[in-house]
Design a protein around this ligand. Structure first.
Ligand SMILES: [Mg+2]
Length: 409
């Protein structure tokens, strides 16, 4: 049991003298479990929620497979046609998002009875920081057990919970004994807990990074934690450093309750004089995207939807949005999308106003520690800006343009 003060002085979380108690709550096979709850005849059956399989020729993917269906090899994100081949006797159902969202609200309501510090990560997942609730409610493990019971009693659904001193470790822990699991990682034992697990369990290790790690003989998180800094940096750049810290169990990111997190972050600019100069427009868009990226990172957010606001000289306003696979928190990634939207909407006339915003933070996706390769570079820029002020760093391409701007003015 991890009560207050049994940190052992190791402070492996790096978060101060008292280790935090972070819970990661993850509902088991959520969509399928809701359907099996509501339709008793489906219990014990392989249930696949997702696109219509159309007798094996359907397009689209599996959203959730019940544990019975998983025994046939069916899993999330798999093409529905493949799922149908693997499990033709399965019960295939469409996604009833309205219903799942309602159940999700109930679940989050239960979690908020334990603490205000609830950060929903997706429709069926949330982080809780119960550090300050232990005096009243007991150690993290007891709180987790109580939450599991409350969810079962009130929603007839099971959850798996990880308890640890950081989000990273809690999230990995919740996944280890699914379904209906409860895994507690005692403060001070984070690195030891992570060590035998395959590197791909670590946030920020996608198939590509995994491949380059395997190539240099790094198979487990422990292998990574023990790596020589310089060697890792040569192989993976600054991303390597970040991964090594995570592998050592170092993750200080706070649990951010939804109420304090903005729904969208944006920036807009009205030109002094309407302009049709494409370079001026492009540079302003880069600036806006950089600013949105900086603010996203300040809030530890990444946006899945990028929206462009475009107003022309006749005051017609158009907004265009695009949702992307990898949530963005860098000016570069945002600009890639914003520029595409701009080109689609920009005609021959002059532009009066441009705006860029990001929204769709952290829903339905993995928590992204390193959403894009340039992220750590821009994180480093943030640090320099904090120390030396806003003018300290500007992208070279912008500098050239600014000079040009001045000439034009
Ligand atoms: Mg889940």
């Amino acid at each position: 049991m991890n009560g207050i003060g049994d940190d052992g002085g190791k402070g492996a979380s790096g978060g101060g003298p008292v280790a935090r108690a972070i819970l990661h709550v993850d509902m088991d096979a959520f969509f399928a479990a809701v359907e099996q709850r509501d339709r008793p005849e489906l219990r014990g059956q392989p249930v696949v929620i997702g696109a219509d399989p159309k007798g094996g020729s359907g397009r689209g993917v599996v959203s959730t497979a019940s544990y019975e269906a998983r025994r046939f090899g069916v899993g999330s994100a798999m093409p529905i046609s493949k799922a149908y081949r693997l499990c033709p006797s399965g019960v295939f159902l469409p996604v009833d998002m309205e219903k799942y969202a309602r159940v999700s609200d109930e679940i989050m309501g239960v979690l908020r009875r334990y603490t205000d510090l609830v950060e929903p990560v997706s429709i069926d997942e949330a982080f809780l920081d119960v550090t300050g609730r232990r005096r009243a409610l007991g150690p993290g493990q007891a709180i987790a057990a109580s939450i599991k019971k409350a969810l079962r009693d009130e929603t007839s659904l099971t959850a798996s919970i990880g308890v640890a001193s950081s989000k990273l470790v809690a999230k990995i822990a919740s996944d280890l004994e699914k379904p209906d699991g409860l895994v507690v990682v005692a403060p001070g034992s984070e690195a030891e807990f992570l060590s035998p697990l395959p590197v791909r369990r670590l946030w920020g290790v996608g198939p590509k990074t995994e491949e380059s790690l395997l190539k240099i003989g790094i198979r487990t998180i422990g292998d990574l934690a023990r790596q020589d800094r310089a060697r890792l940096e040569r192989r993976l750049g600054s991303h390597g450093q970040d991964l090594r810290s995570l592998a050592q169990g170092i993750d200080d990111r706070p649990v951010q309750p939804e109420s304090s997190a903005p729904k969208s972050l944006g920036q807009e600019h009205t030109f002094e004089r309407d302009t049709d100069d494409i370079e001026t427009l492009r540079v302003k868009l880069i600036e806006l995207c950089d600013e949105v990226g900086r603010r996203l990172r300040e809030h530890s957010l990444a946006g899945r939807t990028i929206t462009l606001k475009y107003r022309n000289e006749t005051f017609q306003t158009r907004t265009r949005a695009e949702t992307i696979a990898d949530p963005a928190d860098t000016g570069e990634a945002i600009f890639t999308v914003a520029w595409r939207l701009f080109r689609a909407v920009h005609g021959r006339g002059r532009v009066r106003l441009l705006g860029v915003s990001a929204s769709g933070f952290g829903s339905h996706g993995q928590l992204q520690l390193f959403p894009a390769d340039s992220s750590s570079i821009e994180h480093a820029r943030d640090a320099v800006r904090r120390r030396f002020g806003d003018g300290a760093l500007t992208r070279a391409s912008l500098l050239v343009q600014r000079r040009g701007d001045r000439r034009a003015e």
